[in-house]
Design a binder for this molecule. Sequence first.
Ligand code: MN
Length: 231
Amino acid sequence: GAFTGVEALLRWRHPVRGVVMPDDFIPALEASGLIVPVGLWVLQEACRQGAAWHSQGHSFAVSVNISVKQLEQDRIVDDVRSALLASGFDPGKLILEITETSLMSDVAATIPRLTALKELGVHLAIDDFGTGYSSLAYLRQFPIDILKIDRSFVSGIVDTSEAAALIHTLVQLGKVLGLETIAEGVESDEQRRQLIDEKVDTGQGFLFARPLEAKAVDQLLRDWHGEPRLA
Ligand code: MN
């Protein structure tokens, strides 16, 4: 029932279109290369906000999604280092999330970068795990700490035995590799109970909280009693 962390999510407040969701603008950022400066800004903001929460006595982790375009450049290591230094945020509480597909895009160049990031003291997570094409041989070589099990497995866990069996297998894979597991997209208490039975370490999703502004996290924590209420 412990509150363990938050993930930084982007919304774009457009003067005409209103709030634009990431699926509608991240692809354009990726295609134009603007994801690199925007990604750096997200990293800096997340570290700054994380440090502010910690200065108020909290100690939860902050996750930041890293794009393949950021991972392709050596400067990602300096960017993370400078965001940590500028904010004073505890590196051990920063989780960098990288999708399975990004990890596999250029393994030879990615492994040394991930190793350099790990040396900063941050934790690394594979995002949306189970949807890409991981080579299990490579998976062992990546200095990864956390497997985030994709929401598509979680959504079927109650209704289909296949989804339940796949979750079971992914959790076992995580255990064999010594990784913490996080289930994404948890929306019902029944899913939560089944994930606990499967010994998934942590869950995230609407059951616990909908995406909210940083300043609303205080209220969420005040209302937190160890058991999620249906959001
Ligand atoms: Mn993520």
